[in-house]
Design a protein around this ligand. Sequence first.
Ligand code: NAD
Ligand code: UDP
Ligand code: UDP
Length: 323
Amino acid sequence: MDANAAQTTTTPRRVMVTGGAGFIGSHITESLLDQGHEVLVVDNYYSSTRRNLVHLLDHPNIEVMRHDVTFPLYVEVDEIYHLACPASPIFYQRDPVQTTKTSVHGSINMLGLAKRTRAKILLSSTSEVYGDPQVHPQTEDYWGNVNPIGIRSCYDEGKRCAETLFFDYRRQHDLGIKVARIFNTYGPRMQPDDGRVVSNFIVQALAGEPITIYGDGSQTRSFCYVDDMVDGLRGLMATPHEVTGPINIGNPVEFTMLELAELVLDITGSGSRIEHRPLPQDDPTRRRPDITRAQDTLGWQPRAHLRDGLERTIAYFADQVVT
Ligand code: NAD
Ligand code: UDP
Ligand code: UDP
């Protein structure tokens, strides 16, 4: 199956997207609506705004519910994309206890819902389950190198526990689970103030302010454009019951933060200078997905080159600043 084209021939379903007002969630919602599905967006706007959905609100097949997934929810659905969770370090560290509750209590509630309705449920896990990895690139069978008591732990350990819950609901209740390990993703509708590196550099470059590089800028990340991510996640959801993951979904081309800064400066033509700031605690040194499993199982691989994706993202942010 080619996941990049997989989802076009399906019958309409009732799909719930938790975190559907967020950056990735709003793109999944849009893609599901485009293909004729009914979408129930569930979000408490902890790290997003309704603005991400405003262009979809008149669509006859969307329903939006303000709800915190740490509380039970009784609705009838066929599929669940469980994305609710703040994803940027400054947002998930703002109220770390709530972050862990969202991953753990939120997953228990959504798994309970999936168990009752027999819905398929996909978890947006993260490359952070590998922590500061000692294996490079990261394969799914690597167990990770995670600090359990640091400032990133609320997110990393929360997601690790969410994965545990997904696999225990599978073993105990034969639930149709799909676990995606998402690597750094970027694109339109990232929050300009979420502190992630791509949004920070773009906002800074457009404003002519200094580009803030944490540490010496030699740390690496591998950036996936959001459209590719949506194709990968939808492809994973479309797999048969036997396929559970975990599956890495991300772009395997690795860049240093210095290279990213130079690319953003080049595309924007900005005169911003580079300014170094202290490296945050437990900041992973290198990160790159091994996507062999996604290629073999889903027939998926990312298409967008970083320059092209950045050009589209910069155009979006430039438009936001002007309007
Ligand atoms: P985002 O912050 O834009 O979206 C998350 C959404 O979840 C927001 O709309 C937020 O308001 C909502 N939310 C948070 N807590 C909630 C709660 N208790 N109840 C209901 N809604 C809640 O982030 P994103 O980048 O779109 O990330 C989406 C998912 O993908 C997250 O689960 C994240 O962990 C995962 N992920 C993202 C990346 C990335 O690079 N973007 C990388 C790895 C994993
Ligand atoms: N739950 C929910 N919606 C449902 C079904 C369950 O929110 O449609 C919640 C419920 O509050 C419960 C959790 O999911 O706490 C786990 O449900 P499960 O059936 O697995 O366990 P139990 O109800 O036995 O605790
Ligand atoms: N980073 C940076 N400047 C910024 C924001 C982030 O140099 O203004 C670095 C950060 O220290 C990390 C990398 O960019 O090494 C990616 O950070 P981000 O918060 O986007 O994602 P994550 O660390 O969760 O992968």
